[in-house]
Design a protein around this ligand. Sequence first.
Ligand SMILES: [Zn+2]
Length: 555
Amino acid sequence: MVGVCPFHSEKTPSFTVFPNSQNFFCFGCEAGGDVITFIMRSENLDYPDAVEFLAKRVGVEIPQNGDMPNKGMSRRRVYEMNLEAARFFRACLFDENIGRAGMHYLAEQRKLPLPIIKHFGLGYAPADFGALISVLKKKGYTDAEMKEAFLCGISQKTGRPYDYFRNRVIFPIIDTTGNVVAFGGRVLDDSKPKYLNTSDTPGFKKGRTLFALNYAKNHCSDELILCEGYMDVVALHAAGFENAVATLGTALTPDQARIISKYTQRVVLCYDSDEAGQRATARALQIFADVGVEVRVLQMHGAKDPDEYIKKFGRDKFAGLLKQSRSGFDFKLSGVLSRHDVTLPEEKIRAANELCDIISRVYSTAEREIYIDEVARRLSLSKESLTMDVERMRRRHYKEKKQAEMKQAQVTAMSVGDRINPEAASSVQAAAAENAIIGLLLMYEEHRLAVQRGTVELSEADFFTDFSRRAFVEIMKLQSSDGGFMFSLLGESFSADEMGRLTRLEQARRALTENSTAVLRTSIEALRTEKNRITAKSADPISGIEQLLAAKRKK
Ligand SMILES: [Zn+2]
């Protein structure tokens, strides 16, 4: 079964589900695996949590026996610690002495009503180097854990921990399932940096998270407002626009755009009216075009951001702006027209070229036609000539894209830049033999049993790359375990990306007709020969190019 991939931007489907083998693989981005890997990726969970997520859905209880592998701190522990920290920050804000400055800033300066401050769980980090640390220590968290969650830093001078957030109002960032995943802290004055954010942790990726989506997700099916800052979002929610979200102090990422597209039909971009904001708008339009969401652009005059606009002109005026928001194309059109004086012939040609280029990147034929009409009218040019230009550019883009794809395919084929199995690049033959062996072992119990019983001789030492060796060890470990072999269980030892690779290796074998023990033996033989050849070559001090040079010198 084939569909558009949920893990990368594409318009022609390359995401494939194989019902027989119960797994999936995307030929575009190489994501792959089974149902658990799918949940790990789509819900951004680690293995134990993905298992629990699925178990909950079918009403199965997972015994908590602590057998799950623990690479660093579990996400759950990070979230629990974050929740404690959020409670601490909130208590500080509402403390008459400690939180006075923070409360003054939020309630007086930014004029936020108390219910909104409470609704967002806003807090205050006191100007103290050890307040949060001592609270979390009492709850049993270690310095290392606090550092991993970016709640404290470690002083290079003294080696002692210090609170990361100090003298800032705190915005807890909550994911759509209700976990406190990170914090944003804003200074009370004009000092720098204005915002401090949690860096990426095992349980948190800035580029995959949106502020307030947890609140907005139930109010945004028709329309979602995307703005720049936490304060804009809070102000919009306070004014009754509960469909507003923001990125976390970074430019919009394709991941965020894809997440947004799961929740809404239409996005209204509501970035700052300054030049940086307008550039960010242009970039966001392109990113959303790739995921196929309708985008409109809100144009503000007399205020720099939505927070200021609502304070100056009120909520009704802002609702009016939302209604008047322009299409993404209108935004680009007026940008181009403002840069060129189209009364001059050569400027008009330049403007027409730029606009044709923009239109040529639009996917829908009907949309292109509408935009060509509009440009023809605005520049007094014929529709026919514009259409011809657009089609010519479309062919060029198509060719460029195909060339880029070809190049990418070649690179992948040569295993250059292979993140998952970097050693594969040093011997294409050895890697190919290993891939066949791993694929066959994944596919048939018969092969695994043959190796286990020794009817086919194969051991760790035979492998050339670390990845294949690990795969071999884990596969054989599972085969001899009580529960028997289950592909899913490999997820405990391999990352989602690595599971994708294993899936690809298995699917590659399934696509072939000849998968007998004889093929397994031949592949093992080929691997050994190739490995011996490489070892012999590296043992020989004069090899390859040096040999040639030596021969030349003799002459
Ligand atoms: Zn993909």
